[in-house]
Design a binder for this molecule. Sequence first.
Ligand code: SF4
Ligand code: SF4
Length: 369
Amino acid sequence: MTGFTPDLLNRCIACGFCLPACPTYALTKDETSSPRGRIDLMRALDEGTLPADDPRVREEASFCLGCRACETVCPAGVQYGDLLEEWRDQQWQGSGRPLVARLLMILVDARWRVRLLGLLRRHARTRGGRPEGPSLMLGCFERALFPKVSRAARRLFPELAAPAAQGCCGALHAHNGDSARGRRMAEELGRRLPGTIVTTSGGCAAHLSSVLGRDRVKELSRYAYERDMPGGAEPSRPAAETPPGGVPAETADRPRVALQDSCHLRNGLDVWREPRAMLERIGTYVELPSAGTCCGAAGTYALVRPRDSRRVLDAKLDEIEAAGVDYVAVVNPGCYRQLDQGLRRRKSRVRAVHLAELLAGERPRRREP
Ligand code: SF4
Ligand code: SF4
């Protein structure tokens, strides 16, 4: 099997700095489940010393979360996310691709089907776009699962056009073995939404930026940061408050808020200060020790590997509950679904909520235990 870009594959110097950053290595302590171990597998595939149907190869192509935490600590600049896309482009062809990923990709592949997904839910929509933008990307599953997020984004930024006739950005395809189609879908969306594209999904922001360029694509907190949110100057308080042992009572106007980073937003686009700065304007910000670590949603991962996804999530839920926060803010629909479901399962009083909703003044009531 061949198909890896040599410069990408050869860059790894096998130093192992990435191992402590990798959530799957943390679960198994097995070298094969680490970034370095997986790059070794890719090399073996490339050299033909391992067949594509080797059980370790199949297992690791799927076990990897694709969170790209390994990239941020790599001294050699290995672009692991690109390598993983190339790997899955080869590995996940035809029946080699997990069934649930296949079905979801079919669902979002046509624009009319994406529109259907949002027909029953009242997401933001405006008549047509404006030639110069800016436009709000409605996403595919976000418009169906969390339509209130786009409505909140429009309330915050009424200048955003939100035409319903827009499709999926192609991130789902790019991360599940069809990067060429994922790229074409991003280009098509770029033609439909001229000018600046604002998105409430960190994962979509990273994929779209890789195709259309960073200047053109803004994740919501980045857009807000640049535009300067109404509400005053830059925060002067420290960026994080350590979760205390004794938790002060909630105040009505300043909720205690934590953040779950979007992996691709943080590790791919280096956007992580912006959502924190925004949260500090509306509440008491509490930094979770693992805020920058994957929550286990990871695109289709929670559906393809539910058991492993729960293992990654459980420690994070413990942390959220111990922090004594009212809300955990998210900047990606996959994280929203993952944390919302996890907290509901536990009957936790903490609510998952999208950053756009909090900034727009929404304060979902805490659940009764
Ligand atoms: S940190 Fe980078 S160079 Fe070192 S082993 Fe990991 S991927 Fe390879
Ligand atoms: S993408 Fe995430 S899970 Fe995969 S090797 Fe890198 S750090 Fe580990």
